[in-house]
Design a protein around this ligand. Structure first.
Ligand code: ADP
Length: 475
């Protein structure tokens, strides 16, 4: 019998099992091409024998990669739901324990459980925790243990014969770049799908999915409001959009209203940004440590803005009065023609690294906080733009609108090149900040004392501060 309930009591506590996920592709919105690709896999899973007669086999492994909250787990559950198969989920971090042999035996347990109920789906979230490159730096220890776990996954995946591919393994990661290449070889995770941040249309579609069970005054008003929210939520994930609608629903109930309105949605949006950025609601007092971090961040951004001035957008001023995940530096409006050279693009990557580099240098790599989190995203976006859309790099002259247009081989080439630009940008940024360390300190002090500083004063400090020569950084 398929009594999955007993699993919950088994010693395999790290596995969560669902006989039917109840999730369908309709629950995932935006990025339609992803669904199309997965739909095909579902068709093969459902008519296994028919397809086998034609010599078409289901891939053994599908790897979903992209930022957290973009719906990777949702998609994995939808595959199981659409194919009507049981779903076994574990997290890569659960495999990594300090006790010898645990990782490998947990992997064995997971596969044994899934096989007992085959055909079935295995989902391993954060697979990078166990599947990172072997022989690399041993971050966090447990390297040998992890390696055993990884080897066990490879053994399990190689173990089942293609003709009876009864268990589909779905992995999820936001670090494709650190995965061991052995995992990506043919017959393992040979289908790699990028799940990115949704576009504006995608955000609208996601909002509509999560508005299905909510009340609006009319269908038209709902469309208009959700369109507006979609416009205001660049870089938001599906999970964050879902939160906005839930929060708006709660506010509506609290105010004893019948329908969600514009006010509730905008307030929910503000809260979502706020809780994401400060982790605390309704707080006007900025803690001292956060103030210090903000001041250093703004000072570093200011010094980089002097070192690599943006040719078309002079900066005006900055402050530490508001807490945002992006720098507070204000720029003049862009006017006239934009004439951007390759070096301008590269310098923009270096500039974007400033918040993270200064925080790492001042507070330590193990003591980072959210105010520099978006900087890395920003910098890699600049790098991706340069590589994919300008035809100016070793990547080649073709134009790619999206990362998702890339076949896996090209995606890996892109990541290697992007990492190369990121390495250079981080080193260059760090070298500039060391050279102008005294200017950074002076601007930080002024920000802490006055709360803000204007462009002229920044330029004066930058020009007059003694600098400390640094060794050159090679691109
Ligand atoms: P991930 O596994 O990528 O971290 P999840 O699948 O856990 O993300 O996403 C969390 C929740 O956010 C989902 O359960 C879903 O409600 C919502 N969500 C995320 N992306 C989407 C999307 N594209 N369409 C609809 N809902 C989404």
């Amino acid at each position: 019998s398929r009594a999955l309930g007993s699993l919950g009591q088994s010693r395999a506590k790290f596995i969560s099992a669902e006989e039917r996920t109840g999730v369908t592709f309709d629950d995932f919105a935006g990025q339609e091409y992803i669904k199309n690709e997965l739909q095909e896999i579902v068709r093969i899973l459902k008519n296994d024998e028919e397809f086998q007669d034609k010599g078409i086999y289901c891939p053994k492994g599908v790897l979903l990669h992209g930022p957290p909250g973009t719906g990777k787990t949702l998609l994995a559950k939808a595959i199981a739901g659409e194919a009507g198969l049981p779903f076994f989920a574990a997290n890569g971090t659960d495999f990594v324990e300090m006790f010898v042999g645990v990782a490998a035996s947990r992997v064995k347990d997971l596969f044994a459980n899934a096989r007992a109920f085959s055909p079935s789906i295995i989902f391993i979230d954060e697979i990078d925790a166990i599947g990172s490159k072997r022989g690399g730096p041993d971050i966090g220890g447990g390297g040998a243990e992890r390696e055993q776990g990884l080897l066990q996954i490879l053994t399990e995946m190689d173990g089942f014969k293609v003709s009876t591919a009864q268990v589909l393994v779905i992995g999820a990661t936001n670090r494709l770049d650190i995965l061991d290449p052995a995992l990506l070889r043919k017959g393992r995770f040979d289908k790699i799908i990028r799940v990115g941040l949704p576009s504006e249309d995608g955000r609208f579609a996601i909002l509509k999915v999560h508005a299905r069970n909510k009340f609006f005054r009319s269908e038209e008003e709902k469309e208009t409001l959700l369109k507006e929210i979609a416009e205001l939520t660049e870089d938001f994930t599906g999970a964050e959009l879902q939160n906005i609608l839930n929060e708006a629903g709660i506010l509506t109930a609290r105010k004893d209203l019948d329908y969600i309105g514009r006010d509730e949605l905008l307030e929910a949006l503000k809260r979502q940004k706020g809780t994401f950025e400060t982790g605390q609601e309704d707080s006007t007092e900025i803690p001292e440590e956060l103030k210090l971090r903000l001041a250093y961040r703004e000072a570093a951004v200011a010094v980089l803005a002097c070192f690599f001035p943006e040719p078309h957008r002079p900066f005006v001023e900055t402050d530490i009065n508001s807490i945002r995940s992006q720098p507070n530096m204000h720029y003049a409006e862009i006017s006239g023609q934009v004439f951007a050279r390759k070096s301008d693009y590269i310098n923009s990557i270096v500039r974007a690294c400033a918040p993270r580099v200064i925080e790492e240098e001042m507070f330590g790599i193990d003591n980072l906080c959210w105010i520099s989190a978006k900087a890395t995203l920003e910098a890699s976006k600049h790098a991706e733009f340069l590589i994919l859309q300008t035809g100016m790099t070793a990547f080649g002259k073709a134009y790619y609108k999206n990362y998702s247009d890339l076949v896996p081989n090209l995606a890996m080439k892109l990541e290697a090149l992007r990492d190369e630009y990121m390495r250079y940008a981080t080193e260059k940024c760090s070298s500039v900040l060391k050279e102008y360390h005294l200017a950074v300190e002076t601007i930080t002090d002024i920000l802490l004392e006055k709360g803000q500083i204007k462009a002229e004063e920044i330029w004066d400090i930058y020009k007059s501060a003694p600098h400390v020569a640094q060794p050159p950084v090679s691109p």
